[in-house]
Design a binder for this molecule. Structure first.
Ligand code: GLY
Length: 375
């Protein structure tokens, strides 16, 4: 009898470019022709029923015109589609349809859409044939601010959001700001919640910029939007570069998400992700105030900015608050049954609770009090 050591030490270069601009479809095709994904000639364009007609169809047609093999895979728009079922096969199947159409490992997946599309397509890409390359072409502010950058991919389950997934980095990310013009106002606000989160975490000047320019952003002013796209990226990629797999610092990106994700699930996705996050940020800035990390004035500024962005800041009547408290335990930051919250320090910084530990253990009674006290 003997034993064997399987040596698998790795050095992996998963670096990629994020391109920000107004109308990037031609640039995308140019990059493919210039070998962005090497010799691959087969592309699965994954999108949802809304983005299909707006942008994905055009990208798919351009690939065909350039002589590539391409297929369009479309699923029903909305967070409710971010499930394992959609991933494998519903009537608008992804994986099974790809297999039926002869897709194997020699393909590349192009995600064209918002956060649900980039999360789902990135997850399919990481598991299809044990992994094929993918590209994110983000068409929403929410995807630009958060979902398309950083390699987190996942699906939701009935119990909670994003619990089943993988870290999988794309080959390139396109943040096409021109696409924000076709977004419903509610979706712009939803994306602004992640933007305000970034400002609260890392940059007080950016927070002030948002206070002064929110109306311009809501009207999709080119310069203001380019600035927020760049700032969002800068804040996010700096964190991801230091802690890709969320073993410490990356937890700060979860500010507002403990209550946010729970309320999103309890609302049965009636609340958009950013709307739920906004309410979650109100809960967490209230906790920060209770713990002495922000002043009353700072707390009110955060809530006022969320309101300026036309986001909800109160818990809707139809939410059962006891159910919400229970749901907090499905959060990924829960350790040994203990609730843990990321908490901001003033505006633009996060509390480092212990070295490289950015989530503070909180007793259920304190969390309950915060939720019960919220209007
Ligand atoms: N959405 C939080 C993160 O990417 O870590």
């Amino acid at each position: 009898m003997g034993s064997f050591q399987v040596e698998l030490k790795k050095w992996v270069d998963d670096s990629y470019e994020i391109e920000i601009g107004f109308g990037l479809q031609q640039q995308f095709i140019k990059d493919i022709k210039n070998g962005l994904v090497g010799e691959i000639k087969k592309f699965a364009v994954i999108t949802d029923s809304v983005v299909k007609d707006l942008y994905a169809e055009k990208i798919y047609q351009s690939l065909l015109e350039q002589g590539y093999t391409a297929d369009l895979f479309v699923f029903e728009a909305g967070e409710k589609s971010k499930t394992r079922k959609t991933k494998e096969n519903i009537e608008d199947a992804i994986e099974d349809a790809m297999l039926e159409k002869g897709y194997r490992r020699d393909c590349c997946i192009i995600a064209v859409g918002g956060g649900v599309v980039t999360d789902l397509a990135g997850f399919v890409a990481g598991t299809f044939g044990r992994g094929v390359p993918f590209i994110n072409y983000a068409t929403t502010l929410l995807a630009a601010a958060d979902a398309s950058v950083g390699g987190k991919t996942a699906v939701d389950t009935p119990l909670a959001t994003n619990l089943i997934g993988i870290f999988n980095q794309p080959e390139k990310v396109y943040l096409d700001i021109a696409t924000w013009k076709t977004l419903p106002k509610r979706q712009i606000s939803s994306g602004l919640a992640e933007t305000i989160k970034h400002a609260c975490i890392a940059n007080k000047d950016f927070f002030e910029f948002l206070e002064e320019n929110i109306d311009k952003i809501l009207a999709i002013d080119k310069e203001a939007c380019e600035h927020i796209a760049e700032e969002n990226c800068r804040i996010k990629y700096k964190v991801v570069m230091q802690d890709e797999k969320e073993s410490g610092l990356r937890e700060i990106l979860n500010l507002g998400h403990t209550v946010g994700r729970a309320i999103e699930t309890v609302s049965d996705y009636q609340l958009l992700h950013g709307e739920a996050l906004s309410i979650g940020m109100v809960a967490e800035v209230s906790l920060a105030k209770k713990l002495g990390y922000v002043t009353e004035e700072e707390k009110n500024r955060v809530i006022a900015l969320l309101e300026q962005a036309k986001l909800p800041v109160v818990i809707p009547e139809y939410i059962d608050r006891e159910k919400l408290v229970k749901k907090l335990y499905t959060d990924k930051k829960v350790k040994n049954g203990q609730l843990r919250f990321v908490v901001q320090q003033g505006i633009g910084e996060i509390v480092e609770y212990q070295e490289n530990n950015f989530a503070i253990p909180i007793e259920e009674s304190v969390a309950r009090e915060i939720i019960m006290e919220m209007k």
